[in-house]
Design a protein around this ligand. Structure first.
Ligand code: MSP
Length: 519
């Protein structure tokens, strides 16, 4: 099997319904996955759910349900939401699946067997909400613990610990010098390095006594304990390749290797800035200690707010992505979140901002261009494509090269900005050339042919460049152009693809204009 571009999202806690933050991450990962396929790479996109631990156990209890039954029910809703977001994921992992449990236990058994995990009694401060032990270093200047830890209690408990310190110097080197572990964007990489250089890594507590928390994967070497939810959750990235038999994942864990398995590991991980430490510190060390390669790359995205305030179920400051999609269409949502933020900075959702982009960029920009280009070809040339002309070729070639380069560098927002150069240019070209006037003058027939060709060909190329972000619209443009198949290969973005004499289909509005006053 050939090597794949393996890309993952964080797996969401199954303790509520998907919100804007979750949806954003899954969409930008999908944009990267689709763009890599468009480059001709073979891609494997994994997303899924984090179903163990206190948060989920409590959520199930609050509904009076057994955790497994609760997860089985709610996971169906999340899977459906992945479909509604148009995700092209190749698999969907749930951490309660046995294929995952086996890999977590194999990793723990290996680390324990090699003496990398020890048992000890620890007395300290514990945050039930965050499921974590705290030390005096976590205190605020006034001596209290930050509010997000909730109630903090004194706890004395025997647990299993995994020392991270022995790998600290290696990890610094892997990030700073050898390039073995790449973190994007640069300022997040520097943040991780700063942390690693200023703090000595404490031993990671990888267990929870069953008596206190039963909802987890039992430790293979002590049935009285379950696995710490983060150790469990991070391993999902390896459990899919390992259970398929990928030698780079299964081999080091002494699991069966299959010759026909796809070569997936190592992955590119997409996740939010809040969980970067888990991914850029704990996870690479878990992998290194287990004999696996570190991730190919870590992409840390920013956080969304709404109207300048934190998203919060309690205050009702939320954006329901499914409701937005129901009202405005899938591609309007995918376009807005990708266009608004590059991977890195934080974002702020406002309904006015969303609607303004819809109207200006989708309805009046792209939609209008495609619609009028096709309508003119239908009314002036009975829908028949004239001979290849080159008016917009330099603009299209430049936009295509810049957009593809941006996609390659994970610059998803930049890819759209570059692509819009062509949208704007082509719309301006309509104003400049005034085809409706040319059509009235028989001596201008050749000029009109040339203008019409350039316009419909620019529309075709736009479909190809936009497919990763707005696949439904891109496919509609292709079918309105009378083309079969999906615009899913960047190689198709070369000028001159529409052949003379080809007949286009029926133009239909892509993004109907809205009366914004009504919202
Ligand atoms: N279950 C853990 C991740 C384990 S990964 C091995 C978790 N789950 S979560 O549901 O809280 O968050 C899932 C992802 O959504 C994270 O990457 C997080 O950063 C992202 N987001 C949650 N809220 C967000 C925003 N408001 N904005 C953008 N992304 C946000 O953490």
């Amino acid at each position: 099997m050939s090597e794949r571009f393996y890309i993952t999202t964080a797996i969401d806690y199954l303790n509520g319904l998907p919100h804007l933050g979750h949806a954003y991450e899954k969409v930008i990962t999908d944009v990267i996955a689709r763009s890599r396929r468009a480059m001709g790479e073979s891609v494997f996109y994994l997303t899924g759910l984090d179903e163990h631990g206190q948060k989920v156990q409590q959520a199930a209890a609050a509904e009076g349900k057994e955790p497994q039954a609760y997860c089985d029910e709610l996971s169906a809703v999340w899977r459906a939401a992945a479909g509604r977001l148009g995700l092209s994921n190749d698999d969907f992992i749930r951490t309660t699946e046995s294929r995952h449990r086996q890999v977590v236990q194999a990793m723990l058994a290996k680390l324990y067997g090699e003496g990398r995990i020890y048992r000890s009694t620890y007395e300290g401060w514990y945050s039930t909400k965050e499921e974590t032990f705290l030390t005096d270093k976590d205190r605020l200047p006034d001596g209290t613990f930050p509010a997000h830890y909730g109630e903090v209690t004194r706890l004395s408990e025997t647990n299993y610990f995994f020392p991270l310190k022995p790998y600290q110097a290696w990890l610094i080197d892997a990030i700073e010098t050898t390039g073995e572990l790449r973190i994007y964007p640069e300022y997040r990489r520097n943040e991780v390095l700063g942390f690693l250089k200023n703090e000595v890594l404490e031993d990671l507590c990888i267990s929870r006594p069953k008596a206190r928390l039963s909802w987890g994967i039992p430790l293979p070497f002590d049935p009285d304990y379950v696995t710490y939810v983060w150790f469990d959750a991070l391993t999902n990235y390896v459990s899919v390749p390992a259970s398929l038999g990928d030698k780079a994942a299964a081999g080091p864990l002494n699991l069966p290797v299959r010759a026909e398995a796809p070569l997936l590991w190592p992955a590119v991980h997409v996740l939010g800035k809040d969980i970067l430490k888990f991914h850029a510190v704990f996870w690479p060390i878990m992998l290194k200690a287990s004999g696996l390669a570190v991730p190919r790359q870590i992409l840390a995205h920013g956080w969304w707010q709404k109207d300048g305030e934190k998203l919060s179920k309690t205050t009702g400051n939320v954006v329901d992505p499914i409701a937005v999609i129901d009202e405005w269409g899938l591609d309007a949502f995918r376009y807005y979140v990708t266009r608004e933020l590059d991977i890195g900075p934080d974002g702020n959702w406002t309904n006015a901002g969303f609607q303004a982009r819809y109207q200006a960029e989708l309805a009046n920009g792209l939609g209008n261009l495609v619609n009028r280009s096709l309508k003119m070809l239908v009314s002036y040339r009975a829908g028949r494509v004239p001979a290849v002309s080159r008016d917009l070729e330099p603009d299209a070639t430049r936009a295509a090269a810049a957009a593809v380069q941006a996609y390659r560098e994970f610059g998803t927002q930049r890819a759209l900005v570059e692509t819009w150069e062509l949208v704007t240019r082509a719309n301006r070209f309509v104003e400049e050339t005034a085809p409706f006037k040319l059509a009235k003058d028989p001596t201008q027939a050749a000029r009109l042919d040339s203008v019409l060709y350039s316009l419909v060909e620019a529309c075709r190329i736009l479909a190809v460049l936009l497919y990763p972000v707005i696949p439904t619209t891109a496919s509609r443009i292709y079918s309105q152009l009378g083309l079969s198949g999906a615009p899913d290969r960047f190689a198709e973005a070369a000028w001159g693809g529409l052949a003379e004499g080809h007949t286009v289909g029926t133009p239909e509005a892509l993004f109907p204009r809205r009366d914004l006053a009504k919202g």
